[in-house]
Ligand binder design. Structure first.
Ligand code: DGT
Ligand code: MG
Length: 616
């Protein structure tokens, strides 16, 4: 067939799928090391959109593309486009510093996450649309894992081993014309390590399982490239992409070539039963600073550094760690007697998972068998919060509760309602009904004698839950009106129960959430039920109408917004990006530093607190 169709299952690649030797079990020879089992049978593609928030704003207003653009939350540049990066700006820089480095930087407020959340959903649905299964997992707003294993299995079986250079990738089992031509003798895009060519035919250099794995990853790299091109052409977004056999490796290897590029981690992966050679996985992962490994949290990385360096590592917020304070994976992995039980000694303690030693040992060895979790139609909970320098009186609390509740209800309407709003507002239905309302607050630590305040390393929140009243689902009223009723009927009394003696001191955080989600009957678990084509069209037409506005005007708009920000900072919510968190609750609060007054993302707060403690 002209489209490259070949008869299924010819010889040389027959043994390609799910060979038992693809599930590699290796007994590590070194003392104290437990058996690590790595599943190499999957092909996982990780997408990380480039400068995501900035790209969303550029899609809205293409005139911004050629300008240095920074997105502001609180006093921080949460991201900036690559033009700004070229001029020396970077993520998580203070706004003040960014303005000094690049005075003509265009700064746009990114406090309201609605447009980022919406774009994230559209793009996620777009990417998921390529899969045959629902194995697409969103991490935060701008990362997506696709498990393309079954597509690769199918296409491996259809390869013509005598003419790999003229292969055809089938995107649809039912439609043999839907797909693309590709050269299966080489990877598409860069690889780690860089490769001059793949010795697919050289049996002496590469054992069979690794040879098969190579071919599977080659197919994965072509599929990734194809999806990236469509994402760019049809949605206007570029992404940095990694291809490997696990979420961990795909995510990490993608970072090797940024932006708008892709990288495949190529075999030999090592640790196979036959080969004793150190594979590319160790070679790759060993060079990473421990804190860069997804799954090794901030506290664990700090403990590992302390253990290896025999002293507390120093921190500088918002900058790369000094070389002398860096601890690489290899330093930990190869340190004497290191293994799961040693790691449990170092990292374990109250509140840590019981398997933290083994899990960390796996990660340090590049092993991650966690599944790409299937998409869920609705989130587990929705939560909105803001942080403050100190809310001291009840009327301010009530005002904040109203603002937060309004955002919460708007968000519920976006995320939990299915269908298209007709002119008469019919045709809408709730896909899920949360049953519980939760109010959480955090108090500022009290002042020491010298006026300073101690940083509290614990979460420090107190919460109260109550049944969610039914009127919250009333769509006939505006979000503001429903919010007001929610505050008066529920939240005020919940707040009073949290602080019965009326003395709450100064609050540094208020969070309002709906939890205990019950999906409505008939909601298709796997489907978002949204019309992607329509949403993209809408987004593009919004962009087209906005792009008619001149850049200069936009600059002024941003400055105006900037000023209004100084007087009003509601709606501060940021998505969590740690490995364990998923898209359920896109909340990463900031906390006000008691020493310098800056709003610092929580993940960076302990580093920031230490920074103040370190003498100049
Ligand atoms: P990239 O991937 O280096 O091209 O740049 P981004 O902007 O896509 O950065 P990424 O992938 O780390 O994060 C995606 C978005 O999430 C980013 O556009 C802004 C937001 N974000 C990331 N990290 C933080 C953070 O630490 N704090 C806050 N507030 N927002 C963040
Ligand atoms: Mg990104």
């Amino acid at each position: 067939m002209s489209n490259g169709y070949v008869e299924p299952r010819r010889n040389a690649t027959d043994q390609v799928t799910k060979n038992s030797d693809m599930r590699i079990t290796s007994m590590l020879a070194l003392a104290g090391m437990a058996a690590l089992r790595r599943d190499d049978s999957r092909v996982i593609i990780h997408f990380d959109y480039d400068c995501f928030y900035a790209s969303v704003l550029e899609a809205e207003n293409p005139a911004l593309k050629s300008l240095p653009l920074a997105v502001q939350q609180k006093q921080i540049v949460v991201t900036c486009n690559y033009e700004a990066r070229r001029r020396g700006l970077r993520k998580l820089q203070l706004i003040r510093e960014a303005r000094q480095i690049c005075p003509d930087v265009v700064i746009v407020l990114g406090e309201d996450l609605t447009k980022f959340r919406n774009a994230s959903k559209i793009l996620y649905d777009f990417l998921k649309g390529f899969l045959w299964t629902q194995r697409a997992e969103r991490l935060g707003f701008d990362e997506v894992f696709l498990d393309a294993t079954d597509m690769i299995d199918y296409n491996m079986a259809l390869l013509n081993p005598y003419d790999l250079a003229h292969s055809f990738f089938f995107l649809d089992k039912q439609d043999p014309t839907n797909g693309f031509q590709f050269d299966a003798t080489k990877f598409c895009g860069p690889t780690y390590p860089e490769s001059a060519g793949i010795p697919l035919s050289d049996n002496t250099r590469i054992e069979e399982s690794q040879r098969t794995l190579t071919l599977r990853l080659i197919l994965g790299s072509h599929l990734a490239h194809y999806i990236r091109s469509r994402l760019d052409n049809e949605c206007g977004y570029t992404a940095t992409v990694g291809i490997s056999t696990s979420k961990l490796l795909a995510k990490l290897v993608g970072n090797t070539h940024k932006p708008n590029n892709q990288t495949a981690l190529i075999p030999p992966y090592g640790l196979s039963a036959i080969s004793r050679e150190e594979g590319n996985i160790h070679r790759f992962i060993d060079d990473h600073e421990v804190g860069k490994i997804p799954g090794i949290g901030f506290k664990s990385a700090h403990k590992l550094r302390t253990y290896i360096l025999h002293r507390e590592a120093k921190f500088k917020p918002y900058t790369e760690r000094d070389d002398k304070d860096q601890v690489k994976v290899r330093n930990v992995r190869l340190s004497s007697t290191m293994g799961p039980s040693k790691l449990l000694d170092i990292l374990g303690g109250p509140g840590t998972p019981r398997d933290i030693g083994f899990r960390t040992w796996e990660l340090l060895n590049g092993v991650d068998n966690s599944e790409v979790r299937e998409a869920r139609a609705v989130p587990k909970q929705i939560s909105i919060e803001d942080s403050y320098m100190g809310v001291e009186n009840f009327w301010d609390v009530k005002k904040q509760l109203h603002l937060l509740s309004t955002s919460l209800i708007q968000r519920m309407r976006t995320d939990l309602i299915d269908g298209n709003q007709g002119t008469d507002g019919e045709d809408l239905r709730w896909m899920a009904h949360p049953r519980t309302l939760r109010l959480s607050t955090r108090r500022r630590s009290s002042k020491n004698a010298d006026g300073s305040r101690d940083y509290c390393f614990t979460n420090g929140r107190t919460s109260r839950s109550a049944p969610l009243p039914n009127f919250i689902f009333n769509l006939a009223e505006s979000a503001e009106v429903v919010a007001e009723k929610l505050v008066n009927d529920c939240l005020v009394s919940m707040f009073r129960k949290l602080y019965p003696d009326k003395s709450f001191g100064e609050l540094s955080l208020i969070n309002v959430a709906v939890t205990n989600m019950v999906e409505s009957a008939g909601v298709e678990k796997q489907s978002s039920g949204r019309d992607i084509g329509k949403m993209l069209k809408q987004q593009r037409s919004d962009a087209a109408s906005k792009s008619e506005k001149g850049t200069e005007n936009f600059h002024q708009d941003f400055l105006a917004q900037d000023e209004s920000f100084l007087n009003n900072h509601s709606g501060a919510r940021v998505d969590e990006t740690t490995w364990e968190e998923s898209d359920e609750e896109e909340v990463l609060s900031t906390q006000v530093c008691d020493v310098c007054g800056s709003h610092i993302p929580l993940f960076a707060f302990s580093a920031h607190a230490l920074y103040h403690r370190v003498p100049d």
